[in-house]
Design a binder for this molecule. Sequence first.
Ligand SMILES: Cc1cc2nc3c(=O)[nH]c(=O)nc-3n(C[C@H](O)[C@H](O)[C@H](O)COP(=O)(O)OP(=O)(O)OC[C@H]3O[C@@H](n4cnc5c(N)ncnc54)[C@H](O)[C@@H]3O)c2cc1C
Length: 390
Amino acid sequence: MNTTVTPHVLVVGAGPVGLATALLLRARGAAVTVLEAAAEDAPRPGSRAIFLHRQSLATLAAADPALGAALVGNGLVWGARCTTFEGREVHRRTYTPPPADRAPFSSLPQPVMEELLRAACRRAGADIHWESPVTRLASSPDGVVVRTPESEHRVPYAVGCDGARSAVRRAVGVRLRGPRSPHAFLVVDVADDPARPMPHERAFHYRDPRMAGRNVLTVPFRGGLRVDVQCRPDDDPEALSEAAAGWLPGLLPDGHACAVTWSSHYRFQQAVADDLTDMYGRVLLAGEAGHLFAPFGARGLNSGIADAAAAAGAIATGDVPGFAAARHRAALLNRRAAGRALSHLTAPAPWQRAAQRLAAAAAPRSRRAGRWLDSAPYGPRDAGVPGSRY
Ligand SMILES: Cc1cc2nc3c(=O)[nH]c(=O)nc-3n(C[C@H](O)[C@H](O)[C@H](O)COP(=O)(O)OP(=O)(O)OC[C@H]3O[C@@H](n4cnc5c(N)ncnc54)[C@H](O)[C@@H]3O)c2cc1C
């Protein structure tokens, strides 16, 4: 039988993973303090991680059923997915979205998720300190000492959920390693136009003639549409973004208002921390503090929520080495899966481009070829952890 203890845990970072960690720790009875560098009302713009998978929804709903219902109620489930190749449809699947209590996923902007998670943390009694950047952290076999400019905390465990540039990770001497994609991607959020509702359809366009042959992914979320454009090596993403008024209307339904609410461009890093704990098993890393993946397959936030659940369980049972081994293995598999998806999209090798062209040519006769073109950008599904997709 597992022994369950209820220690005081310090969570660093109130992004989505830190908030999920705090909530899941509270659900196990731990006292939780969250230290967040930013102000409570600091803007957190952009759709970012819009896709919450069924597994993440179930994890959060188990801790707070009202949160689970709100995440589904404030999101949408699209009823169609479509793939085109050089402007020709090669795959389409339509389905009737199931009832809310069996939603396979929910698509909503990350800031809305965070708002709902904050409310759930308040209900659960997690203590969040805003404008409290962690500046120092030291661990020992007995626990962790964490400092901000104005406070000092001595706790048995700390969870670093402080994102890609994690101060916690650096303080415990762990390195994040992995390559950065050579391609830049441009992401643009477009607000819904109530006069001309957008179809609830996820579409992937290989070599889209409307974008001079670039790959384009469009994903609807509650309130808008996310457009991801794969830049060419010689593209200036800033200039492409500034020229959006010229090309974006061509990707939207006729007459749809072209109200851009956020735009950003970036190169993906595919990196995993050498270890997800400190040497004493007192500091655990979760979310982007421990790994960065290209977003194809929605592995970033969903795997962060799986980390949060595993961290809460490990602290309750004392099995921190089990957390480190399982989540490190999952991170490596997630990175490989996201890497395969990225490689499929960018198709650096001639054989990959030839395979895509052959599949597109076969698609009118072979549903399997069309399905492969449709699913390949999202990579393999299994994260290699029993019962987990991430
Ligand atoms: C353009 C873009 C598109 C994306 N698209 C997707 C997608 O489609 N699917 C997907 O799954 N993911 C996507 N992501 C990634 C997703 O946003 C991240 O996975 C998610 O934000 C990670 O959450 P996190 O809580 O680990 O880190 P963060 O969201 O970075 O939160 C970290 C928190 O820690 C705080 N912090 C930092 N340092 C300190 C400190 N020293 N002390 C205290 N607090 C600190 C920060 O202020 C922040 O609030 C995208 C990201 C970007 C930028």
